[in-house]
Design a protein around this ligand. Structure first.
Ligand code: GDP
Ligand code: MG
Length: 177
């Protein structure tokens, strides 16, 4: 490793937002630890998890923040958003109300951010095709109208989870370099 490479370090704060029970905590544990928790319970303890990836041969660390269930009371604080350079805005493809609330989450994110934030809209639980309530086209068109990336994921069967996080991380890297 050259001196140049040794000196370079990247740490990006990414927040996960969206209504309660859309799968935010499970997307994070699937990405950071390859774990899934079938029981719905409020996140306890850990504020964030860190995961590294290599881009252009450089180690890039993503510090990914998960709410501790405050979203239930619409009480996600400004500290949560502070310094974030990336965001995953998550809805549940089986619950229309969670999709309808995406706009409110985007407004809140925009209110609290003072820099460019790489944003991705995530339609989670795509393994539940038989009870789908929001079409892929609806997700895509909302993302396009708001200038967001879009992907459907499943924290349960792992579909697109790493891909989604890595796309956001690459976009952030592209924004700063
Ligand atoms: P959060 O409140 O947004 O953090 O949501 P959780 O991660 O706690 O998940 C809420 C519930 O949905 C839990 O019962 C999870 O097991 C379930 N869940 C999360 N992701 C998925 C998924 O991709 N597919 C399915 N079928 N269930 C999921
Ligand atoms: Mg949670």
């Amino acid at each position: 490793m050259s001196d140049d490479e040794r000196c370079e370090e990247y740490l990006f704060k990414i927040v996960i937002i969206g209504d309660s029970a859309v799968g935010k905590s499970n997307l994070l544990t699937r990405y950071a630890r390859n774990e899934f928790n079938p029981n719905s319970k409020a996140t306890i303890g850990v504020e964030f998890q860190t995961q590294s990836m290599l881009i252009d041969g450089k180690e890039v660390k993503a510090q990914i923040w998960d709410t501790a269930g405050q979203e239930r009371f619409r009480a996600v604080t400004s500290a949560y958003y502070r310094g974030a350079v990336g965001a995953l805005v998550v809805y549940d493809i089986t619950r229309t109300s969670t999709f309808e609330n995406v706009g409110r989450w985007l407004d809140e994110l925009n209110t609290h951010s003072d820099t460019t934030v790489a944003k991705m809209l995530i339609g989670n639980k795509c393994d539940l095709e038989s009870i789908r309530a929001v079409s892929i086209e609806e997700g895509k068109s909302l993302a396009e109208s708001q200038g967001l990336f879009f992907m459907e994921t499943s924290a349960l069967d792992s579909t697109n989870v790493s891909t989604a996080f890595e796309m956001v991380i690459r976009e952030i890297y592209g924004n700063i370099s």
